[in-house]
Design a binder for this molecule. Sequence first.
Ligand code: NAD
Length: 266
Amino acid sequence: MSKKVALVTGGARGIGLGIVHAFAEAGYAVMIGDLGAGAADWNYQLADAGALQRAVAAESGQAEVDACELDVTNEASCQQAVAATLERFGQLDVLVNNAGIVDSGPISEFSEAAWDRIFAVNTKGIFLMSKAALDALKASEAPAIVNTASIAGKEGHANMSAYCGSKFAAIGVTQSLSAELAPFGITVNAICPGIVGTAMWLDHLMPSNTTDEAQKNRNFQEVMAQQIPLGRPQTVEDMGQAALYVANARNVTGIALTVAGGIIKY
Ligand code: NAD
């Protein structure tokens, strides 16, 4: 097997698309799994069918890239995404569990439904996708699972207990699976992005009173540049590089690699 195949959840945009790009550039065939037509209401827009199509169009020039609709909170949907990957590309070597959502607010006002959905996507999604992919990964010569956790999985913040809790849990699942799957040669690692200017920040965590996307981005860059030791927010390219590294490092497993420009140091 010379060709390698990756499946990236939440890959239609943002950090996921950065990871898709890095793997495609490295010669992988890549299946993007994202909500598409199933994009449900959330406090900001998730990736709809148009986003899924645009992602494939953007990436398919340079590599074999395809997409399937996926809801990581639904076991049957996870099984279908793995089956679609095997049918399209014949194998699966790297599963990137990147899908994630955020909501914030004081616990007194935070809804049980929002709490449950954050954990369903950010934590249970890793379990369901890893379970669905297990047999295919066991058949790979160099299998890996990469989970997108967060620096919010290493340090808690006010008004962020659901998101931080789900990301601490994602790191716990990563460590546990790394031990459990080591006998099969499957590495399991997390990357912990710092602050990346995606929908999570621009549409929810740091909403701006302008609808001008370029201005929103400039405001974000300026604010974050002052707060981050290395002088800039992180990019989706930084995350693609980190995900590719942990997927290919054959003697690295169970780590949660912080990529945060010095915001936190562990
Ligand atoms: P994003 O909103 O652009 O990307 C998240 C993607 O996940 C979207 O495409 C969305 O449609 C998809 N998704 C949501 N629910 C899904 C479901 N049930 N099934 C399948 N796909 C689903 O935001 P992003 O910043 O690119 O987030 C990617 C990952 O990075 C998330 O896990 C997030 O928690 C994590 N993260 C982001 C930051 C940051 O600063 N942006 C920092 C740390 C960690």
